[in-house]
Every structure is written in C-alpha cells, then in structure tokens.
Design a protein around this ligand. Sequence first.
Ligand SMILES: [Zn+2]
Length: 102
Amino acid sequence: MKIETHKCDLCGKQATSKEGKAELDLAQVIVGLSQSYYTFAAPQVHGGHKEWTKDACLACRTRLGVTHDQIKANPETPNLTLEEVLREIMREEIEQATGANR
Ligand SMILES: [Zn+2]
C-alpha cells in the first residue's frame, strides 16, 4: 500500500488524508539570493546567485505574505521584508543541513 504524504518545507506540517492535504494547500515558492561585493579594482562584483524551490503550506505563505490574494491586494508591501524572508529560508536550509531544530 502506498501512502502519499504532503509536507511543508518551511514548517514541516504533514498530511496524508485528502482533507488534510486540502487544508495544507501546498504550493511552490521560489526564493533567490544574490551576492555582490566591493573591491578596489571594480566598484561592484557580482558573486553567486542561488534559488530555492520550496513547497509551502497556506499558513506559511500567509505568514510570509506571498499568497495570491495578498500579492494582488498589496503587491508593493509584503507582510515581511525581503531580509526577513531570506533569514527564514536560510534558517530552514541550515536546519536541514545540520539537523538542528528550533
Ligand atoms: Zn508550512
């Protein structure tokens, strides 16, 4: 017997039932990080760029201010700053890499 589990990459909440999956309402979010820095030779050198694709539940998307309704209602002012969103993603990446919990 196969059991399909839906899991939010951000909060870790899981669901196996049809109703639970509907409530979780997973959707993909893409977050990117670009790096640039200054040197004496060139005013700005662009470093690496990385993007992460995450499956995020409705509660996490709402918390981050990235649901379709929130973006439509207020496209220029997300609930969290970009820095806050990136910190959240980096914390999740570090937790996954090290196995550390909050
Ligand atoms: Zn979540």
